[in-house]
Design a protein around this ligand. Structure first.
Ligand SMILES: C[S@@+](CC[C@H](N)C(=O)[O-])C[C@H]1O[C@@H](n2cnc3c(N)ncnc32)[C@H](O)[C@@H]1O
Length: 296
């Protein structure tokens, strides 16, 4: 069987189950053959060996049962970086890249040392992307004439309630050569004695599962009690008890949760200023809570 024939028959199988059958088949065959996707296009008449064919068929079968491609190839691109993923972590979403963008935008003007904590880190995609981007920014500024007033240095911390997720986040931090202090923690419980300047969190915010494509992802990464707001409310409550709360909190939220988040913020952090921001598709998706003494 040639590459062309393998792709054609896999695409036929996937047509009933996937909205992107030919792309899925190409990505999975490239993964099995350990070649970039562009390589297989110029080798359409090459023979696929039996072992690879069997491996490919097994993956196509899993894909046709609904397994996400990223779990089959153990890779997802996020913020221009490749992250290892498996069934223990949520597959990073494009909307979450917008959260990273928002944090970077706000930190652009910062000129002092900052400690950043990512809660519910999952694959580590948020904290690793922040660390990589901020390090690149520091390298650029270090190569330019230095303003003696500017002394930015960031330190990164991340936690998750799942040990399996933390293992993956550590792997991704190593892969991208960034230093992150990871700790297993239920929200802020293991961090109580430390002060962070910035807390960023993409916690579960769905009330229930409605999208069949999330069937293979961990429920603990998706669903929260109280109409999806249970964990965010708990986090705000925990922050309200800190003797030194953060200067800013960045949250990813459900598109219909903006008003409710403002209400929760008014209840637990009344002195903070809360703003809701939209994602690329124009839906409310992020909340930024700024402390009154904000120096960001
Ligand atoms: C929506 S996923 C986000 C993962 C990753 N930050 C991302 O953006 O792709 C939520 C994460 O929060 C974690 N989580 C759930 N409950 C938690 C809790 N009480 N404390 C800390 N982390 C929690 C889950 O294990 C999961 O990894």
């Amino acid at each position: 069987m040639t590459i062309r024939q393998a792709l054609n028959s896999a695409t036929r199988i996937l047509k009933r189950k996937s909205t992107s059958p030919s792309l899925d088949a190409e990505v999975l065959l490239a993964y099995v053959l350990k070649k970039p996707k562009t390589d297989i296009f110029v080798r359409m008449d090459n023979f696929v060996y039996k072992r690879d064919r069997q491996k490919f068929l097994a993956l196509i079968k899993k894909r046709s049962q609904g397994w996400p491609v990223a779990y089959l190839t153990h890779e997802k691109e996020f913020f221009g970086l490749k992250f290892y993923v498996d069934k223990n972590v949520l597959i990073p979403r494009p909307e979450t890249e917008g959260l990273v963008d928002l944090v970077l935008e706000k930190l652009k003007i910062v000129n002092y040392k900052l400690k950043i904590l990512d809660i519910g880190t999952g694959s580590g995609c948020i904290i690793v992307s922040l660390a990589k981007s901020l390090r690149n920014a520091e390298l650029v500024s270090a190569s330019q004439p230095r303003d003696p007033e500017i002394n930015s240095e960031f330190r990164y911390f991340a936690s998750d309630i799942s040990s399996a997720a933390l293992k993956i986040a550590r792997k991704n931090a190593r892969r991208h050569k960034v230093k992150v202090n990871f700790k297993k923690s239920n929200l802020l419980s293991a961090w109580k004695n430390q002060r962070f300047d910035v807390i960023v969190a993409n916690l579960p915010y769905l009330a229930k599962e409605t999208d069949p494509s999330t069937k293979f992802e961990p429920k603990k990464a998706l669903i929260a009690k109280n109409h999806g707001l249970g964990l965010i409310a708990k986090l705000l409550q925990q922050i309200s008890t800190l003797s030194a709360p953060p200067s800013a909190l960045f949250l990813e939220i459900g598109h219909d949760q903006g008003a409710k988040i403002k209400k929760l913020a008014a209840k637990w952090l009344p002195s903070f200023d809360t703003k809701i921001f939209r994602d690329m598709s124009g839906k409310n998706r992020y909340a930024i809570l700024n402390a009154p003494d904000l120096i960001l």
